[in-house]
Design a protein. Structure first.
Length: 550
């Protein structure tokens, strides 16, 4: 952009002003029309890629502060954060329930195919694009084509809605951890006919907001260093103890014995792909945002393999813990919230040392949920912070308040208020629309944009994994993954069949295909309109497309 000069030489720089003064350094500087810009001389130093310096459309330097482009402190920090976003409720609760009810070990066949041949290549692509652009999800899409910035906002909207009701369930896990620790005996039916779910939703949301407001290294990375190893170690200990239970053999038979007849059901394959993409957090902009914080020395394909294997290991450990306990005390495995919040607490109550088991299990569930929730909020904080030029804390406060407002109806739908929309609980309605359809739509858009509209050489240089692997990743992301997502999602809609395994929350109430399609369209349009309104009021200014990959 500028000619090379010896470090320390004075160069002229035009700095944007607002009214009669200069904005704080922690906020974006932009000129008002008709206001003369002062000329100042500053020492020239080469600007590294990750300093947070960006150029506006009219050539003005935009600086959003010294921490505008943060990084993980190490490769281990990046890996733990990525594992943290992958390991969530989808692994520990949802995976076990869906596997057990959909063919046992046979379900693992389409699931493993979905994980290693589809979700992992898309993970490699997403992290690569994050590290290449070193930008938020909105700016990354805009760097490919200016008109694609709306796709970035669409991904943010989908995540924001999912997060609003995901934190309701996160609150349930916190509540049951406290109930178990204090010896409080309750049932899920009694719990959801009180206003306690609303209180715990607020607590979970505030915890998530506080972690994100602290920053990438001091907040997100630090809790990942604590929570991720804790979850894995506790699950491993519980699984070992589970092998001594009398129902271990029956539980493993239910969990892993294959029923190959289910493989002819296309909805099983649709459920497997949905579980893989949701569990690994791919195609949603999360790993793109985390990839933007990745140190330059991170090797992306091996990192993606580590995250994938860790995610799969936690899911299998969770099944090894849950089903032996259920069968040892004569219960029948259920799907959805009934398994985690009704069946398991009853089984824990009958176990020797069951209270300790219950506390450990629900703390693991809460920690796993928090690390995933933090990643979802970070995507939105990074994008809006860049657009508005605000500090991290101010942006996080705004979005946390937005989550509280948007998530309150979902929390009230599983409370004494029993809030419904068209006769369906609000949380179930959002899961049936945005949760079920939003993730495959987001993954489809990401795979198409970054493979069809970006130079192949950009992908090859970032993946940097040797000829065959690079070719395979690009081919899968460019042709195979979009086709599979269209087919599985299309069949899901056209079949009109109620299949709980395709939903983020198994057991949520089925609303029907027409309501699903109409619901997701209306919800996303309204949320995008709100984003545009915010930008209109406060004035969004995104960095100029810098031409990478063009």
């Amino acid at each position: 952009m500028y000619p090379e000069k010896p470090p320390g030489e004075q160069i002229p720089v035009r700095i944007g002003c607002r009214r009669s003064g200069v904005k704080k350094q922690s906020q974006i500087l932009r000129p008002e029309q008709g206001v003369a810009l002062p000329r100042v001389d500053i020492p020239y130093h080469p600007i590294p890629q990750t300093t947070g310096i960006a150029i506006s459309r009219n050539g003005i330097i935009l600086h959003s502060g010294g921490d505008s482009v943060e990084q993980w402190s190490s490769k281990i920090g990046f890996l733990l954060a990525a594992i943290g976003t992958a390991v969530g409720i989808g692994n520990i609760w949802r995976f076990s329930a869906v596997v057990g009810q959909n063919g046992g070990g046979a379900y693992l066949i389409p699931y493993l195919i979905a994980v290693f041949l589809f979700a992992m290549p898309l993970m490699i692509l997403e992290i690569s694009m994050g590290r290449h652009f070193r930008q938020t999800v909105v700016s990354a899409f805009r760097s490919v084509r200016p008109r694609f910035s709306v796709i970035g906002w669409l991904l943010c909207a989908i995540l924001f809605i999912i997060l609003s009701y995901y934190l309701v369930i996160t609150g349930w896990t916190l509540a049951y951890a406290l109930f178990s620790a204090t010896g409080t005996v309750t049932t899920f039916a009694r719990f959801t006919t009180s206003y306690e779910p609303v209180v715990f939703f607020i607590i979970a949301t505030l915890v998530t907001g506080i972690v994100v407001s602290i920053g990438v290294r001091k907040g997100i990375e630090k809790i990942s260093f604590v929570m991720v190893p804790f979850c894995i170690i506790i699950l491993l200990v519980m699984a070992i103890i589970g092998t001594t239970l009398p129902g271990f053999a029956d539980g493993m038979h239910y969990f892993l014995t294959p029923d190959f007849s289910v493989l002819t059901n296309p909805l099983i394959w649709s459920a497997a792909f949905g579980q893989a993409f949701f569990s690994l957090s791919v195609g949603q902009g999360i790993l793109l945002t985390y990839g933007a914080y990745a140190p330059a020395g991170v090797r992306i394909p091996p990192s993606a393999l580590i995250v994938t294997v860790a995610d799969l290991m936690v899911a299998l450990l969770a099944g090894t813990v849950i089903f032996p306990i259920v069968y040892s005390f004569g219960f029948t495995p259920a799907i959805g919230s009934e398994l985690a919040f009704s069946t398991l607490p009853k089984a824990f109550a009958l176990m020797p040392g069951g209270q300790l088991f219950a506390v450990a299990f629900f703390i693991v569930l809460f920690f796993a949920a928090v690390t995933s929730a933090v990643s979802m909020l970070e995507v939105n904080v990074a994008a809006l912070r860049e657009a508005l030029g605000w500090t991290r804390r101010r942006t996080t406060i705004l979005l946390t308040a937005g989550i509280l407002a948007l998530g309150l109806p979902s929390a009230l739908s599983y409370s004494a208020a029993n809030l419904t929309f068209t006769g369906v609980r609000v949380l179930d309605y959002l899961d049936e629309t945005v949760g079920t359809l939003g993730i495959p739509i987001a993954a489809l858009l990401m795979s198409v944009v970054f493979t069809w509209f970006l130079k192949r050489s950009v992908l090859e240089s970032e993946i940097n994994a040797g000829g065959r692997l690079t070719v395979a990743v690009i081919f899968l992301c460019q042709y195979v993954i979009p086709a599979v997502l269209v087919i599985t999602t299309g069949f899901r809609l056209l079949s009109g069949v109620d299949f709980s395994g395709t939903r983020i929350i198994p057991g949520a109430e089925f609303i029907g295909t027409p309501a699903q399609a109409a619901g997701i369209a209306v919800i996303l349009i309204l949320l995008l309109a709100n984003i545009l309104l915010i930008c209109r009021v406060w004035g969004c200014r995104l960095p100029r497309r810098h031409g990478k990959g063009r």
